[in-house]
Design a protein around this ligand. Structure first.
Ligand code: KIV
Length: 317
């Protein structure tokens, strides 16, 4: 299949304020068109500018500033305590490192569930203060009116159904959803209704998390908006991973995540080497140290001899 080129889609080719780039900026309409074009969408989480820059330069389509930062950055055991201020802060940092990818800011727990007005105001904060180009929120049928209200003020919304981490207590843990039939929350037929409701409410894409692959396939076939899967099999229109899982930085890797690297072991190796080098006095070396422009003794000698300049052979970077 030919690689989908965002430049063919009328999307802006530059991010305002950045020097001329080599690729087209990914926009919300680009992401929607990728499904029709049969082009699979890649999405990764990012929480700071340094990682955002690396992932963006590699060509990832979407950077999600996920509230998963509560677990992988802040060391919490759920995403529930993450605040709006924290999400704004991290979204702004990611935006600074991003040139091409679409930046999506995640709405944290209780930033959109209390009232529709608060939801619109908080989505607006992620856009106005964080620079997000879209927001993501968890929930299906019960969040349809909220999604509609946010989309109505032209803030693009990405839905998220299935294993929704903010529902951890209702689910009784981080458990695969949609395995049982029924219309109750988390059941198969209910998740189909949730997906339909999210699309009908005006979301431009939807994350399917922790559901059986055949259910994800059915939802992906039925919806016209792209589905982006995490633990939802290969039939989704795109895939998302938490960057710490992909890089092997997490202590435990969930079944659905593939470690594309083992940076935990590599980081430990590097840190042990540093500790050993410090202990042995071999770090920093002479080449890793700064030097005076001229040795003090030499300068004094030159002055005594009435010489003006410095001995160029002693000048070091
Ligand atoms: O918060 C997050 O990182 C997410 C993704 C796992 C989809 O919601």
């Amino acid at each position: 299949m030919a690689r989908f080129a965002a430049t063919q889609t009328n999307g802006p080719t530059q991010k305002p304020g950045w020097p001329k780039g080599t690729r087209a900026k990914v926009t919300v309409p680009d992401v929607v068109r990728m499904k029709a074009a049969g082009r699979r969408i890649s999405m990764l989480t990012a929480y700071d500018a340094s990682f955002a820059r690396i992932l963006d330069e590699c060509g990832v389509d979407i950077l999600l500033v996920g509230d998963s930062l509560g677990m992988v950055v802040q060391g919490l055991d759920s995403t529930l305590p993450v605040t709006m201020d924290e999400m704004v802060y991290h979204t702004r940092a990611v935006l600074r490192g991003t040139r091409y990818a679409l930046v999506v800011g995640d709405m944290p727990f209780l930033s959109y569930q209390v009232s529709i007005q608060e939801a619109v105001a908080n989505a607006g904060r992620l856009v106005k203060e964080g620079g997000a180009e879209a927001v993501k929120l968890e929930g299906g049928l019960t969040m349809a009116r909220t999604i509609e209200a946010i989309a109505t003020v032209d803030i693009p919304v990405m839905g998220h159904i299935g294993l929704t981490p903010q529902s951890v207590h209702r689910m009784g843990g981080f458990r695969v959803q949609g395995r049982r039939h029924g219309k109750g929350p988390g059941n198969r037929e209910r998740l189909l209704d949730d997906a339909r409701a999210v699309e009908a409410a005006g979301a431009f894409a939807i994350v399917l998390e922790g559901i059986p692959l055949d259910l994800a396939e059915e939802i992906t076939r039925e919806l016209t908006i792209p589905t982006i899967g995490i633990g939802a099999g290969a039939s989704c229109d795109g895939q998302v991973l938490v960057i710490h899982d992909l890089l092997g930085l997490s202590e435990r890797t969930p079944k659905f995540a593939r470690r594309f690297a083992d940076l935990r072991a590599e980081t430990a190796r590097a840190v042990r080497s540093f500790i050993d080098a410090v202990g042995a006095g071999s770090f920093p070396s002479d080449a890793e140290s700064y030097h005076s422009i001229a040795p003090v003794a030499q300068t004094e000698k030159n002055q005594q001899h009435g010489k003006n300049g410095v001995n160029q052979s002693t000048v070091r970077a």
